[in-house]
Design a binder for this molecule. Structure first.
Ligand code: FAD
Length: 291
């Protein structure tokens, strides 16, 4: 078991941390406090999401510029193409480049009604993430990440369509995929096997969602098509009013997930931080990553 080997004998690991752009001064304080605790771990990058329908366009740009220019940590800016013309999206890409941001997480985004509803591209817009990746490639030399779905994207008609779509994103020039949250490692492994069979050799980095609040994460999961296994729901059952036990169970669940992935050969992890650092710091330590 790699996770129990002395740290000196373990493979070199890479981590990245995802944040969202804060809305208020108090949230912004938490953002910077968490970032300053996680930055010393030497992440490959920290990424900042792009609010639904581009609603955080200015805030995302402001946060990635400040990260790039004030902390020295490589920043990745998320970008979606929903509800915008190609020219508008291209302007955002140019803004990222001017701010010194060299990494983009390129996404299609969801219609305002939510992920379950059909996506209609803007008549003058990019019509999918693959199309967006091709557009970004024309604008500059960016490191591009795209999304992957271990349980299949809710709009993919079948597995072949889902994997074909991922392949199109790599063919258009993506460098890596980051997965949607998942709680059964078997789903991740089956997905990677399907992708490799289809000739995709690029990294498919597992996206790990620590469960700061089971109620909140179950809600997110439901909205993005990730399932909550019954065993997981059982573990958190009745803990809504017991934050201490909830936090201990959350740490144990996430520790189990990442150490199992580490022991099966994973060397790169993406953490959905929700702008919090505690659980992620503990998980990094278990992986042998320290300041
Ligand atoms: P795509 O890869 O374009 O595909 C989505 C679906 O459309 C797939 O089912 C595919 O099979 C189908 N499809 C694609 N092209 C075609 C075609 N030509 N014809 C028919 N079907 C097609 N959302 C945000 O709003 N902001 C964020 O910052 C954000 N960050 C994310 C980060 C990660 C790591 C992940 C996993 C998701 C993120 N999302 C974000 C959510 C994402 O926008 C949604 O999951 C969205 O529904 C799909 O985006 P995509 O880039 O995967 O789309």
């Amino acid at each position: 078991r790699l996770s129990r080997q002395p740290e000196s004998g373990r493979p070199e690991l890479a981590v990245s941390f995802e944040f969202f752009p804060p809305k208020t001064d108090v949230m912004e304080e938490r953002f910077w406090a968490s970032l300053s605790r996680l930055a010393p771990l030497g992440p490959r990058f920290v990424s900042v999401t792009y609010g639904a329908g581009g609603s955080t366009r200015e805030r995302t740009l402001r946060m990635v510029s400040r990260i790039t220019n004030e902390t020295g940590v490589p920043a990745a800016a998320h970008l979606t193409c929903v509800g915008a013309t190609r020219d508008e999206v291209d302007d955002v890409v140019r803004g990222y480049a001017e701010a010194g941001v060299k990494r983009i997480v390129a996404l299609r985004g969801d219609p305002p009604e939510g992920v379950g509803h059909a996506f209609t591209p803007h008549p003058d817009g990019y019509n999918s993430a693959a199309d967006l990746v091709a557009g970004i490639r024309k604008l500059g030399d960016f490191d591009i990440s795209v999304a992957a779905y271990p349980e299949k994207h809710p709009q993919s008609v079948d597995w072949d369509a889902d994997i074909d779509n991922l392949k199109r994103k790599f063919d258009a020039g993506a460098d890596r995929a980051i997965t949607q949250m998942f709680f059964e490692n078997g789903d991740y492994w089956r997905f990677v096997e399907r992708a490799r069979k289809a000739g995709i050799s690029a990294p498919i980095v597992p996206g790990i969602q620590p469960i700061h609040s089971f109620r909140q994460i179950a809600g997110f999961a439901g909205r993005c098509g990730a399932s909550i296994p019954q065993w997981l729901a059982d573990r958190f059952d009745g803990l809504d009013d017991d934050p201490e036990t909830h936090a201990l169970v959350a740490a144990a669940v996430a520790a189990e997930q990442v150490t199992e992935l580490l022991d099966s050969g994973i060397t790169e992890f993406h953490f959905y931080t929700l702008n919090r650092s505690n659980l992620v710091l503990a998980l990094a330590r278990l992986l042998g990553i320290r300041p």
